[in-house]
Design a protein around this ligand. Structure first.
Ligand SMILES: [Zn+2]
Length: 136
């Protein structure tokens, strides 16, 4: 399964290989069936995709607070491939795609008690969890 020009494609061809894709307006998530054989990855990827829906419904203030957490990181400890491939070390300001993917990767990593996550990122999510129910 691969993403190409904003669409999900199957079989060989151009684009980026993906295990899942979220279609927010349709409120739909598509998973590659190969994930069923890899339970830990599946849990992580399900969480990542669900948090795309959370990100969409966060307030601007909550999104800016997350961007500020990332902006303070001189050498980010990436919590997933989705954000790592979008990170630009020399960019004065990271892209919206990176900020969103870092949010979803970090939220997914929090499902693993042994994941290496910075204290700033943990503090942000702790604040978010304590503030209210997460909008999906
Ligand atoms: Zn993502």
């Amino acid at each position: 399964m691969r993403a190409y020009r904003g669409k999900l494609e199957f079989g060989p061809g151009p684009g980026m290989d993906v295990f899942a894709a979220s279609f927010l307006p349709r409120r739909e998530i598509v998973f590659d069936s190969d994930l069923l054989a890899h339970a830990p990855d599946f849990v992580n990827i399900v969480a990542h995709e669900i948090y795309h829906f959370v990100w969409r419904r966060l307030s601007n203030a909550e999104r800016k607070a997350w961007a500020a957490v990332l902006q303070k990181e001189k050498r980010p400890r990436h919590t997933g491939l989705s954000s790592e491939i979008r990170y630009r070390p020399d960019a004065p300001q990271q892209s919206k795609a990176y900020i969103c993917e870092a949010f979803c990767d970090t939220a997914a990593a929090l499902t693993n008690p042994n994941a290496a996550i910075s204290s700033q990122r943990r503090r942000y999510f702790s604040h978010l969890y304590n503030k209210r129910r997460l909008p999906v």
